[in-house]
Design a binder for this molecule. Structure first.
Ligand code: AMP
Ligand code: MG
Length: 525
């Protein structure tokens, strides 16, 4: 019997947008349609690795549902519960700056939308559940390694307070999947896995680009209207004026998202327009990475190692480039370039302001003295670029900067990747900056304790360092999931001191510097 579970299913996306008229999954161009109905692939032996119970309850699952012996079947797509009509979304995108045409959900299958008490409609999506018409030459599957990375990082991001898709569950499929991790002719069999992810919208910039590029203005309008009614209803009923407001809000959300990434040292790694969420969430966790030693030119993605298009420091500019593409896509609905351009130009101005405010909070100034502080922040970044210093540890240590300058070197010692003792001339420019900073702090009216608290609330102590995710993966591949659970726990309160987990808040060990999975990641997943 196919009991419905206790979810309140309400598939607005498929109800209101046009479906592909074909039912087969063979790879093809899908025109005049926002999605294709598609059934997830049956797998050998689905089993649950980890479940995000609090999110499950928010979505409307009951304790009985979670205990149900078929829950892993549901969360891998082996069992379709009543009311669900699985589908893959159709979208395009610019990949590494080039228009790539139709891409679509090549291995993501949406189970449907559910009503929630506090978060409106939420879509449940399985990543790695089999082929769709958008799979091109690939297999539609995902491996355990990349699924753990998505599962852990979405939750880490959420608890950092940064907009993101969520992760409900991580399951093994019981099938083996072939992957050539470094595209070097060494394919291996890996464990197949499925993550169930959740968002109030999985639409991407590329969802609007594809109909626009194809000259399908009717579909473009339907998609934009749908997005506005579903996720931007506060802007009013769709009209050219509201389209502009919609674009402006997406621009602001994207700007804020990237400021947040820069604050915590997150590098997305593949900011193609098909990986840009229309509601400003972090989406599509692939070859992402977290900054250990501060380096604006660092990219975790081996495919991007040469061009460094998606390196840490270029993320703000790429955000604007992507918004420009979205603006082009919706131009035909507005037919006035000027206000679109204005929003795009404002993005740069707003970003600079938001970045300065973010830096002000990171270094603990009560207020911003625009003329002076920007220079101080820029000097700090330059300095951090010139020395090998751990970003997360540095900001955390800065909040408890000792008064006496002769204690500074010892205070920051654990943040440096250099061998100790540091040469005097190495630390010198840094101590000059610190004295200027200390001087500037005298303008604060808050107490030292208040400043420390405020700084620690924006500078996380615990982030999902690349090597930590890799360690959790290596254990899980041996059947030990304990580190996944432990990391989930630690990363739930990333700004708190957690004495028992001090070992997760240390700089990257030397062995991890050039290890695959720790510093270099490929798109193979
Ligand atoms: P990504 O760079 O991961 O966002 O992927 C770009 C496009 O390739 C998207 O349309 C994905 O759905 C698709 N894709 C990536 N991996 C696979 C896979 N294993 N099978 C099918 N499609 C895939
Ligand atoms: Mg993608």
């Amino acid at each position: 019997m196919n009991q419905p579970f206790s979810l309140k299913i309400d598939n607005q996306f498929t109800l209101l947008l046009p479906a592909d008229i074909q039912q087969d999954v063979f790879p093809r161009q899908v025109e005049n349609a926002a999605f294709s109905y598609v059934n997830p692939q049956k797998t050998q032996q689905p089993s649950l690795v980890s479940m995000n119970e609090s999110l499950a309850y928010e979505l409307g699952f009951s304790p009985k549902d979670i205990q149900d012996k078929t829950i892993a079947d549901v969360l891998t797509g082996n069992k379709i519960i009543n009311g669900m009509q699985p589908y893959a979304m159709n979208y395009g995108g610019h990949q590494f700056g080039q228009w790539a045409g139709q891409l679509g959900d090549g291995r993501a299958i949406n189970l449907g939308q559910v009503h929630t008490e506090n978060k409106g409609l939420q879509t449940l999506q399985l990543k790695g559940a089999g082929k769709t018409p958008y799979s091109r030459h690939a297999d539609g599957l995902a491996v355990l390694r990349s699924s753990i990375r998505e599962y852990l990082c979405s939750e880490a991001m959420f608890h950092l307070g940064i907009p993101t898709t969520r992760a409900l569950s991580l399951c093994l499929t019981g099938d083996k999947v072939t992957r050539d991790m470094f595209y070097d002719g060494n394919p291996q069999l890996e464990l197949g896995a499925v993550v169930c992810r959740v968002s109030s919208s999985f639409m991407r910039f590329g969802s609007f680009q594809l109909p626009a590029m194809r000259g399908d203005k009717a579909l473009l309008k339907q998609m934009v209207d749908f997005s506005i009614r579903q996720n931007f209803a506060h802007l009013g009923e769709p009209s050219p004026e509201v389209y502009l407001k919609w674009y402006q809000e997406i621009s602001e959300k994207t700007c804020q998202l990237i400021v947040d990434w820069m604050r915590v040292g997150f590098v997305h790694g593949v900011m193609n327009t098909d990986n840009m969420s229309i509601i400003g969430e972090t989406i599509d966790y692939g070859p992402y990475g977290w900054i250990d030693a501060f380096d604006l030119t660092w990219t975790p993605n081996t495919t991007d190692a040469h061009g460094k298009r998606y390196s840490f420091g270029r993320q703000p500019e790429i955000g604007q480039w992507n918004l420009f593409q979205l603006g082009n896509a919706i131009y035909s609905l507005i037919e006035d370039a000027e206000p679109l351009n204005k929003i795009l130009n404002d993005y740069a101005v707003n970003y600079e302001q938001a970045w300065q405010k973010m830096m002000q909070a990171k270094v603990g100034f009560d207020s911003l003295i625009v003329e002076n502080d920007a220079a101080l922040f820029n000097r700090l970044e330059k300095l951090m670029m010139s020395i090998d210093i751990d970003m997360t540890l540095f900001y955390r240590a800065l909040s408890s900067l000792p008064q006496q300058a002769n204690l500074w070197q010892a205070h920051f010692l654990d943040c440096f990747y250099q061998d100790i003792p540091l040469a005097d001339n190495y630390f010198e420019p840094f101590s000059i900056w610190l004295s200027d900073y200390q001087q500037r702090l005298t303008l604060n009216t808050s107490t030292q304790q208040q400043r420390q608290q405020a700084m620690d609330a924006v500078n996380p102590k615990f982030v999902l360092r690349n090597y930590l995710a890799q360690q959790a993966i290596e254990k899980a591949e041996q059947g030990d999931y304990s580190m996944i659970e432990e990391l989930l726990q630690v990363l739930q309160t990333p700004y708190d001191e957690q004495k028992a987990f001090e070992h997760y808040a240390v700089k990257r060990p030397t062995w991890a510097k050039n290890k695959a999975g720790c510093s270099m990641l490929s798109c193979s997943s």
